[in-house]
Structure formats: structure tokens, C-alpha cells
Design a protein around this ligand. Sequence first.
Ligand code: HEC
Ligand code: HEC
Length: 532
Amino acid sequence: MKNFKLPRLTGGLLLAGVILPVSAVQAADAEAIIQTKCMACHTQEQAEPLEMSRMSHQRKTPEGWLMTIARMQVMHGLDVSDEERRTLVKYFADKQGLAPEETAGARYALERRLNTMESFESANFEQMCARCHSGARVELQRRPAEEWKHLVNFHLGQWPSLEYQAQARDRDWMGLAFKQMVPELASNFPLQSASWDNWQKVTKVPVSGSWSFSAQMPVKGDARGVMTITGGKGDQYQVSIDGEYADGSALKGSGTAIVYTGYEWRANLTVDGVKMRQVFALSADGAELTGRMFETIHDEAGMDFAAVRSGSSPTLLSVQPEFIRAGSTQVLTLVGTGLGKQISLGDGVSVVSEIYRDDNKVVVQATANNKAQLGPRNVDAGKATGATLNVYNNVDRINVVPSFAVARVGGNGGSTPKYNAYFQAEAWMNGADGQPDTADDMRIGYVPAKWHVEPFNEQAAVDRDVHFTGRMDEKTGVFTTAGAGPNPERRMSTNNAGNLKVIADVMDGDKALSAEGQMIVTVQRWNNPPLP
Ligand code: HEC
Ligand code: HEC
């Protein structure tokens, strides 16, 4: 243990440094744990400030650190309590985390958007490093060449069959890994970066306060409300949300949260009896929290979430719904903070009456005349801006979102739950050229649809995948998978996996539109690491 000597108070002067900040206490705790628990296998390279072999030469996300330390426990026999592990993850994520810019392109992995289709410029990277796990797992780390080299060695040592697998036995995997991948990784994802140097100098803002939020969730649609955050000692907070869905039903819950690296918000809440998790990033100015809130066990059920701090500069987060048809009248809800009296919906769209107003939302009856300019337009509520309203007169096509999804069988007495799939129908209008798929096409927004599934191909038809893989809810677009395990009714008693077309039918007035996506229903999610 380190021995802290407190300076003597003189002349009634209160020195800011006298009371150790909580972070320093936590750091001392973490370093004590490292010195007692990690020394058995790692060496101390420097005492002051503490530097240890391997662990002092990499940076990663809280989830990344959690996975590494969990591996020390599971594979190498490290003995730490859950409490000690939490202290270590906090310490490493704060001291050797990633700057906001460094996580920007890969947050989908932290947010558990597991249907994301990754694509990388480097075919080498894709085949060498993004075939067993996501490429995001790699992009969310920073190391010098030496440490990327150790990582390759660790892969080969831990999974010796790696070199005999597809996309490895056709090449000199080890040679390529050391000669090409290591330099490529060290240059794309280096330990030292200007972003990280700058981020360490930024004064971190506490997140306590009142936040106005806007969210969108499959099945339930738009949501909004207030998130209240209190506490902050040791970057730990209490959080509660009090909101409503567009249909008026309540969205209420509470829990605890922790902020890592000055901006990585992670909360565990119970919302309407269901355990949920929030993975948000705090914006550099401390005014916005954005990310995803999802069910802890069913991460496929989640909502896009954005919140703005009450009292920060006036901001409009969203207009709900985000579209209006030219020649129609409907209720619009504006969500944000500092919403001014003067609501401007742009030429041809006007407020008929204001129905409700508080600090975080304004509900208006709005009308769009037949000649209103088509397309997205900025909406203002006094000084509050930032959201658009899409004016359309015609739906030209529908997209199924996600266009490709993976659902998994589960349950049935087994250890892993089912992972279902959630689909939404997204309406689009062609741009001024009247042609589809050009840059001026407008995304209108999500619209109600009638859902069903069909066999994806002939094999799926022969195997009766539609019958065996699960059930699509016609109204909601939720596909619930069938039970896990062999099914004696299927050919060779195979499991309930299959390959399906997901079809949305939408009526726009009396015009029928249809769209198609694909869903693979596959085996259980045996392995569920914090980062895919
Ligand atoms: C029982 C031995 C053992 C203990 C105890 C141990 N480690 Fe490790 N550690 C290893 C081995 C072996 C490796 C290299 C293989 C690997 O990465 O799994 C390693 C690698 C690492 C790495 C590099 C991982 C990577 O992805 O490159 C980090 C970071 C690390 N350890 C942190 C810790 C911390 C922090 C502790 C104490 C809380 C700890 N280790 C305790 C054996 C141990
Ligand atoms: C044969 C499958 C496979 C391939 C190929 C593969 N990985 Fe991994 N990788 C794994 C597994 C499994 C883990 C999880 C280890 C654990 O339990 O922590 C992992 C973990 C990682 C981690 C997290 C390690 C930590 O503790 O921080 C990184 C980073 C990583 N891999 C990068 C790469 C890179 C870079 C390549 C290409 C050179 C690569 N992987 C190729 C299977 C693979």
C-alpha cells in the first residue's frame, strides 16, 4: 500500500489538494490490487508512476478491459473478487481508455447492435482479424507494434487450430499476421494519439442533472421524457427515467450508473419490471448523452436514445412523428430543452394550436398544405434547433430494417435464451428526379406494416423453415424463435434453424407497397462476450 502524507493546514487556508479526490483513492485501491494480485505473472517495470508488463501498454474501452481481466480469471487463474474487478476496470478505463473520436466508428459493438454488417477497406484485416469476432473488437484497442505482436502470439498459443481453419490454411497466416497485420494495426491503432493526449487534458463534466430525452423503439415507436441523474461520487450515479411512449403508455424506471473515461455512461436500470442497460457517450461539451438502451438479457430489444441536459443551450432533439403528409393535419410533439414560444415548421406547414407545453416538450396540432415544399426541413422552437420534419405526399418504397437479421433458437430447458428479431418498415419517397435510389431520395420514417415470413430459397421451402423456425407477429414485426435442440419432426432430427424472407406490406392510401429482408434463424448464442 502507498502511504499518503497529508500536508499540514496552515493559517486557515483550505488547500484543494488536501482532501484526496475519490479518483485518487480508487487509483490507490486499484494499484494495491495490481501489486498483490497481478505480480504472480506480470512484472513491475516502474514504481512511480506504476508501470507493469503488458497492462501498461494498451488502451481500450471498459468492456475491453473487462474482457481482458475476465480472461486472466478464466484462463490463467487470477483470483479477484467482483468488487476488485470493478475497481480494476474503472482504473484502467480511466487511465488507459479511448478518446471519444477513437470509439466513434465502432460504437455499434458497445451498443450491442449485433445485426450490424461490418465492412472494411482492408480485405486482409477482414479475413485475418474479423472472422472469429467483430472487427470492432480490434478497432476499439490501441497498442504499439510490440503489443499487437504479443496479441498475435496469444491467439496462436490459445487457439493452435487457428492456422488450419478456413481463411487461414490457404495462406501463411502467421507470416501475414506478423509481417503485415502487426505494422498495419500499429499504424491504424497506435498507443499514442493526439486525440487521447487532448482528451486527458479536458476537464471532465459531471453528468448529474435533469435531462430531456427522445427515443425510438421497434414495436413501441417514439418515446420521450425526463431522465434524472444524481450523485457523482467516484463517477457513480443514481438514474431514473420518467417518460411516455407515443401511444401514451408509461416509460418509467430507475437504477445506477457509472461514467468511465469521463464520457462512457453505463447504466443498469429496471424499466417497467424489465432489466435494461444504457450504453451512452457524453458529448465533449457535456450537453448530450446518446446511444442505445436495451434489455440486459435480450439485447436485440432496444431503442436509439438521445438526451440533452436541461439548461444547456436550447436544443430540439426530435419531432415525433418525424413526418407529415402534404395536405394533412396531425399532432406533432417537439422534444428537447429550452423550447421557445415561436414554433416554426417551415413554409407551408403551420401550427393550428398548441396543445401542451412544458420545459422538455411542446405538443402542437399542425397542418401541411397541399403545396408545402416536399423534403426534410429544419424545425425551430424559438432558439432551439437541431431536428427536421419530413414533408411527403407519396410513399414510393419501403425498406425492411434491419435488411438482414440473425435470430437464434434457445430456451427449451437449455442454458441460453432465445434471441428474437425485431423489424421495422421504413418509408421512402423519391427525390425531385422521380427516380429511386438517388442521393435526393428522402427517408420519411417508420410506418406500420403487416408482416409475414416466407422460405428464403428452395431448400428452405423443402425443409419447411417457415413452419419450424418460429413465429412472426403480423402486427408488430417481432419474430419469436422456436425452441433449441434437435427436432424429431425435422429431416434428420435437425434443430429449428432456417433461412427466411421477411416481408412487410404497407398500404399508402390505396397503393400497396411491399419490401423484403432476410433473416437467418440459427443455433444458440453459446458465447456472449461483452464485445462481439
Ligand atoms: C496466473 C497468471 C496471471 C495473472 C495472475 C495475471 N495475468 Fe495477465 N496475463 C497472463 C498471461 C499468460 C498473459 C498473456 C496471454 C493472454 O493475453 O491471455 C497475460 C496478459 C495480460 C494482458 C495483455 C492482454 C492482451 O490482450 O494483450 C493484460 C492487460 C493483463 N494480462 C492484465 C492483467 C491484470 C490487470 C492482472 C491482475 C489483476 C493480471 N493480468 C494477472 C497471466 C496472468
Ligand atoms: C480463430 C479465431 C480468431 C482470429 C482469427 C482472431 N481472433 Fe482475436 N480473439 C479471438 C477470441 C476467441 C478472443 C477472446 C479472448 C478472450 O476470451 O478474452 C479474441 C480476442 C481478441 C482481442 C481482445 C484481447 C484483449 O484481451 O484485449 C483483440 C484485440 C483481438 N482478438 C484482435 C485480433 C486481431 C488483431 C486478429 C488478427 C491478427 C484476431 N484477433 C484474429 C479469436 C480470434
